[in-house]
Design a protein around this ligand. Sequence first.
Ligand code: ASP
Length: 591
Amino acid sequence: MYRTHTCGQLRITDAGATVTLAGWVQRTRKMGGMTFVDLRDRYGITQLVFNEELDADLCAEANKLGREYVIQVTGTVNERYSKNANMPTGDIEIIVNKLNLLNISDTPPFTIEDNSDGGDDIRMKYRYLDIRRNAVRKNLELRHRMCIEVRNYLSNLGFLEIETPVLIGSTPEGARDFVVPSRMNPGQFYALPQSPQTLKQLLMVAGIDRYFQIAKCFRDEDLRADRQPEFTQIDCEMSFVTQEDIIQTFEGMAKHLFKALRGVELTGPFLRMPWREAMKRFGSDKPDMRFGMEFVELKNEDGTVNFFADKAGFAVLDEAQYVGGIVAPGCAVYTRKQIDQLTEFVKRPQVGAKGLIYARVQDDGSVKSSVDKFYTPKQLIEMKDLMGAKPGDLILIISGPDAMKARKQLCELRLEMGARLGLRDKDKFALLWVTEFPMFEWSEEENRLMAMHHPFTHPMDEDIPMLDTNPEAVRADAYDMVCNGIEVGGGSIRIHDPKLQAKMFEILGFTPEKAQEQFGFLMNAFKFGAPPHGGLAYGLDRWVSIFAGLDSIRDCIAFPKNNSGRDVMLDAPSCIDQKQLDELALIVKNQ
Ligand code: ASP
């Protein structure tokens, strides 16, 4: 037996016991004739004591221990003279009488403690050392607990966990596929699933009724802080359900997870907001509802609001399709420099605005703005009243020739102001469902309509007649769950009628032959009694990162990839041998 206890286990009640521990040397300190060693394992840290007076040879051995050496010790549990209230084992120490060196270690490239001196790159290269740190390991523990909770919750509701293959054909979700060449079928490729979408639908045709899977998904897209080329979904599908049934089921699961993993009780039904309303009020299909600062429209694309109807000789607003603003409470005191910073912020390429108009509401209710010379004081006061601004507030206005783009810019500004004002508290949770998404969006790049969710999404029943006449106005029977401005899950009711599915492919620009070639398997299956069905997928990594209070999903993944899609620890992707290329019938162009 290597050990009788773990390094996080012993307490004052164990004093006097003889114990054996094993673990890694976190630190050694020599003080006079005593050597103290912090011994670490997954469960905690225990202080070891070697006393020169009791055993000089043993103490000399201890003095040779380096950081991350692996040792086994036997000794007696002793009450500590100076206790450490910050450690669960801080009341005791082990007076060691036997030391067994199990392995030596090179000096680690960064300190393996809660606050490490290692930068991101080095920590990723030596991720196995990084995971020895509490900060990372506890995220993996949280992830494990989340998976257990999900499995139990869904299993209790009759969901079956079923694995689907990873080597499949293309499943379009709007990103590029990762492909795998087939040796046995030269010149042919598998695609890795962007999600198990079509497979879970086939399981519904198969009569499984309730399916879930904690599934790896692969999407070859440009990476951002919260994206990984491979990520994990809690993927679910149900038969004989409406949108309401799905929302009820998964809202229940979300509440359960918050309670079980964060001790947070979310009461009452989640807010529901149609996509159009979310865009108009917050400029986003994933609004952060932890704070207000809603948009006020001063001019919009359908002409229902046009506050600056009379041309004022100010082209920026005269010619804009959209003018909208937010009120930053108490920010009239912002200095010129602070306002310049905000202007710089909205002009960054990621935001893309041309500029920012501001107006300070003075104590007497008058308005001092960057557009004073174009508008009368009366007009500006009317604008302030329309915006609901009070003395001391700062009005920030964005305008632009394309209303949707301008709204997205204003959304970035709202989030920035929310952060500056400390309104985006990580311990506060605001969840909602966004519904009634447009079925299609126009792709400039492809010059065709694309499915906003995916091509298997059912249109809202009342909008089906518009598929032929005005497809862009058709709304989807789709829904996203949003938490704190992050999409944590999404899904839809699916098409189960082969004719409607064929029509959908046609609208998306597939010829009947191409649709048959790519999705024949699904349309054929639908000929054999497909039940009405629908589902959703939660992003597991994002949920864990929200529960762990992290900004990125990276630190809740054991071995993540960096922003260029590389695993720097494994040094992947990498070149393969000519022999392998030949076997796969592949020729690699010289780069
Ligand atoms: N497969 C979808 C996705 O990955 C989720 C769903 O519709 O169930 O976004």
